[in-house]
Design a protein around this ligand. Sequence first.
Ligand code: ZLV
Ligand code: CA
Ligand code: ZN
Length: 383
Amino acid sequence: MSKRRVAYYYDLGTHSRTRTTADVGAYTYGWGHLMKPQRMRMTHELVSAYGMLDKMHILRAKRASAESMTRFHTDEYIHFLSRVTPENFRQLTFDGTRFLIGDDNPAFEGVFEFCSISAGGSLAAAQRLASGATDIAINWAGGLHHAKKREASGFCYINDIVLAILELLRSVPRVLYIDIDCHHGDGVEEAFYTTDRVMTCSFHKYGEYFPGTGTLDDRGRGRGKGYAVNVPLRDGITDESFRSVFEPVIDKIMEVFRPSAIVLQCGADSLAGDRLGCFNLSMQGHANCLQYVRALNMPLILLGGGGYTVKNVARTWAYETACALGIQDDIDPNLPWNEYFEWFGPRYRLEVPPNNMDDMNMRDGSLEAVKTSVLKALCELPH
Ligand code: ZLV
Ligand code: CA
Ligand code: ZN
């Protein structure tokens, strides 16, 4: 089956008599911050310029309410987040607990609205998938995997992924979460660390790198023992190396866990040339993960995440939207004209080429050792 029903969530903002809000791409974390929501607008422009909007259901999700966020986060944190502004941040923080820590997570203008768009998209995606109305649901504004129950972390305030998985668990027995962002998916792992109904599997750079968690030996606790899977990697991983560990690990997970739905976090900071990441994946190598997972023929949610070289994020998520639709072979490698055309020079092509950095994973058999260890642990699960 190559064609799937795809639901694509994008928030264009609201324009009513009483209230106007910006589209999701208009929010900014502040001058100089690496996280740029504008990449969602650029992705959407490319998706639109390629004529993909006619091929899927384009939906604007209801904004997530404060109450729906408390299915995972604490009331105190959500109360704080719904009130904080750049102006009152110092006062609120001084009066209460510190919820936003350090410069990673600024109290930017509209931060709560931004979070409710991101989380609203992932919640709606989960609901639509669970209802059977779609095969694949996409929310590039989601995937904010570091957010914790009672605090923001690593540019993430609300964990839309945890909220979406909790929503899926209302109607399905088991959910598989796969995370190909260059950083460890710690917030999602922590949320489901003690349950066997969610398997979390993160591929990430490990070693002197944020957030510092996700070793081979972190495998879950109690009933959840064995249901957290970590694949710690070194700098410079190539398409070929990544594939050589991704595919066998996913195969084994499918065999031993038999999920009823899959959530794939497509963080784009694992691409070559990312401003924060340190991997060497091409657009094709990154998209191969999606294509591999899509071919498993399970209800699937695709989410965004990191990605700091914005033109490459837009290229990749637009291409991955085409992969979701199964039309990637019909896509013109020369970019169509669009609002951001000049950003894509000098080649103006739909590509993210790898570079010539060393693949440290190929030194002293480290990748092979990681793969063997992960597969061995999975084989030990009851199945
Ligand atoms: O892509 O930061 O290393 C999903 C995601 O996974 C840190 N943060 C924290 C821990 C203490 N530090 C440093 C705080 C510095 C704040 C400013 C930067 C400023 C300029 C350039 C780079 C950074 C930076 N911050 C690089 N790495 C960090 C990480 C957070 C990474 C989040 C990844 C998020 C969306
Ligand atoms: Ca990851
Ligand atoms: Zn990341």
